[in-house]
Design a protein around this ligand. Structure first.
Ligand code: MG
Length: 221
């Protein structure tokens, strides 16, 4: 898929998807994980993206796929080694996203000290809504977000509770990976993650952010 950049309106092919693990203390606690001293990063392939109105496909390899509601940043210009106070100048917009996770495969990977790429990277495992220009959002550090599963609220949070702020994340990531226009940063999920099943309707909402709707479906066999 292509993403429509919220500042310029240009449509571009998304670049890399950089995801942050355990960026809310209450989620780290529910996973019985320690709070990281620095951002915990992993990558998803761009082929895991699916847009608003799309479907999340449950892969046959997993029987425990979870939703993770996240604020997503889109990078607007190349950023390498940027200072934290300048970091948000490189962010062109924000969207709601879901970091879908095959929790059973992730648990196996954790046990074996293996990477999370498979548990996190299936096709359709990164739904994202439309982006809104960063200038429109008054304070990215004070956004209330919510995820409903079949009209019941399952996740609800404020971005105030992030351990590492969006500015810190862009700064930190830019010292490891050169950020390019169209790269996305998934900023971590709050508590309340849980399983999804075929037929589920997921609706993510957030202050000033376009609503994200996706449906969960079984894989075609
Ligand atoms: Mg996540």
């Amino acid at each position: 898929m292509q993403i429509e950049m919220p500042g310029s309106g240009r449509r571009i092919r998304p670049g890399k998807l950089i995801c942050v693990g355990r960026n809310y203390a209450a989620h780290a606690a529910e996973m019985k994980s320690e709070i990281p001293k620095q951002p915990l990063l992993f990558l998803k392939p761009s082929t895991s993206l699916v847009g608003d109105g799309g479907s999340v496909v449950i892969p046959p390899m997993s029987s425990d796929v979870h939703h993770e509601l996240e604020l997503v940043l889109v990078i607007g210009q190349e950023a390498r080694g940027v200072a934290e106070q300048d970091a948000m100048l490189y962010v062109e917009g924000y969207a709601l996203g879901l970091d879908m996770t095959a929790r059973d495969l992730q648990a196996e990977a954790k046990k074996g000290g293996k990477p999370w790429s498979v548990a996190k990277g299936f096709d359709t495992f990164a739904p994202i809504g439309r982006f809104v220009a960063s200038a429109v959002i008054e304070d990215v550090g004070n956004i209330t977000m919510q995820l409903q599963r079949n009209a019941a609220v399952v996740q609800s949070c404020t971005t105030r509770d992030m351990i590492f702020s969006p500015a810190h994340l862009v700064h930190y990531v830019s010292h490891i990976f050169t950020l390019e226009p169209g790269d996305l940063i998934f900023t971590g999920t709050p508590e309340g993650v849980g399983p999804v099943l075929p037929g589920d309707k997921l609706v993510a909402t957030g202050d000033g952010l376009p609503t994200l709707n996706v449906e969960v479906v079984a894989a075609q066999t």
